[in-house]
Design a protein. Structure first.
Length: 117
């Protein structure tokens, strides 16, 4: 360094980038202090239900018979089914799993079909 000054460590070396973002709970942050767990089941449970419902093509009764709480299953299914129209707005893309939304998905949206409990 010029003039014998001692080099200071860079900010990146002393402070991790965005520490609050790394340590805080997941959130869409649509409102102050919102966390995903306010409106969703815990992620492990959510992932299991989604995998069985979407990839495993299990319906509500099969999920409840597998031991999942009926109210949680109905909530997750309603969220997935009500968002189906959003998936139809995107351009077709490559199929990267054994079951793709669209032609492989068993939920028709043209007649607004919903499973009734």
């Amino acid at each position: 360094m010029r003039g014998g000054a001692t080099p200071r460590p860079s900010a990146a070396a002393t402070n991790p980038p965005y520490p609050a973002s790394i340590s805080k709970p997941p959130s869409a942050e649509l409102r102050p202090n919102q966390v995903d767990q306010d409106s969703l089941p815990p992620y492990r449970l959510l992932d299991e239900i989604l995998d069985r419902y979407v990839q495993g093509t299990q319906d509500r009764s099969a999920l409840v018979e597998a031991g999942f709480d009926a109210a949680v299953v109905e909530h997750v299914i309603a969220l997935v089914d009500s968002a189906e129209w959003k998936r139809r707005q995107f351009a077709p893309g490559p199929k990267i799993s054994s079951l793709a939304f669209g032609r492989d998905r068993r939920l028709p949206i043209t007649n607004r079909w919903r499973e009734h409990y």
